[in-house]
Design a protein around this ligand. Structure first.
Ligand SMILES: [Zn+2]
Length: 100
């Protein structure tokens, strides 16, 4: 499962559908989520927090500085961002920070 972090999708507090292409995208606060699990990378249980799952949206797509699905995103969870190895943003997701 060494590639799990690169496969992370998105869980968000809201949803919005792009009228141009009909794709449902995250809105509000976004967290990183690994499809197949029931909690975010920062440890929030999806069932308790009522976060919505976006298995078709990859984590890099909701980063405000680089993502293509970030227009409705108001806040990126800093703990999930740290878990995903974000360091200033804008860099390709070719590797992750080896430290936990
Ligand atoms: Zn989070």
């Amino acid at each position: 499962m060494a590639r799990t972090r690169r496969q992370a999708a998105v869980a968000a507090s809201g949803t919005w559908t792009d009228p141009d292409d009909g794709v449902r995208v995250p809105a509000g606060e976004v967290h990183a989520w690994l499809p197949g699990t029931n909690q975010t990378l920062c440890g929030l249980a999806l069932s308790k927090t009522r976060l919505l799952r976006f298995p078709h949206i990859a984590w890099p797509e909701v980063q405000p500085e680089s993502g293509g699905s970030a227009d409705q995103v108001r806040r990126v969870c800093p703990r999930c961002a740290a878990a995903m190895g974000r360091r200033g943003g804008g860099k390709p997701w070719t590797r992750t920070d080896p430290r936990p």
